[in-house]
Ligand binder design. Structure first.
Ligand code: SIN
Length: 193
């Protein structure tokens, strides 16, 4: 089931008066930056783990056959590595549309890999949203990903692109890499692997 979060996110006006805002990306926002940005820096946020626990009915699956994409699950002591983008507040109209299936804007502190920190925005899909699928074994997640596809392409493409981007950043993520291994066992691999 999908839930359109655009209207809720538009009411989040914390950074509206700023000239620019840092956006923390940990999923497709790492490997698909389809928006203009003023700066980009590897960064991390504390207290969260990246998990393929969110259903995708609009990008990597359909209403009847949802795919799985990442959200962040709270976990004490965990650090999630990703990419921070400095954007103008106007970009959030496009981002709210892209992240509309259950993701809410949350203000967060992010730490830049090359030093310093800033408060900005991260999109998180909590367990309370209608598209949330929740935990499953990495094997079952891989099976679901292997068979799902939506308007943005095969679900496996999302997983493989994220795994590749994290590898290139030197930020291994065992949850993501284990799903990648199960996908390989199912015959789904990086195009050049
Ligand atoms: C993100 O990338 O930060 C949010 C989740 C996604 O769009 O994959």
């Amino acid at each position: 089931m999908s839930l359109n979060t655009i209207a809720i996110n538009q009411r989040m006006d914390k950074f509206d008066s700023h000239d620019s805002v840092w956006l923390f990306g940990y999923g497709s926002l790492i490997f698909k930056a389809d928006f203009p940005f003023l700066d980009r820096r590897p960064a991390s946020i504390g207290g969260w783990s990246r998990r393929f626990w969110q259903g995708s009915h609009d990008h990597r699956g359909t209403e009847t056959h949802p795919g799985r994409v990442v959200t962040l699950a709270p976990e004490a002591g965990a650090i999630c590595h990703g990419m921070a983008y400095l954007v103008t507040p106007e970009e959030f109209a496009h981002l709210d549309h892209r992240e509309k299936n259950g993701y809410l804007r949350l203000a967060t502190e992010m730490h830049f890999e090359d030093g310093g920190s800033a408060e900005g925005i991260v999109y998180i899909a909590t367990h309370e949203n209608a598209a949330y699928l929740g935990p499953a074994s990495e094997r079952d997640i891989a099976r679901q990903i292997a068979s799902a596809r939506g308007p943005s392409g095969p679900n496996s493409e999302y997983l493989l692109a994220l795994a590749q981007a994290l590898r290139e950043m030197g930020k291994p993520d065992e949850h993501v890499f284990e799903i990648e291994r199960h996908l390989a066992a199912l015959g789904v691999r990086q195009p050049d692997a």
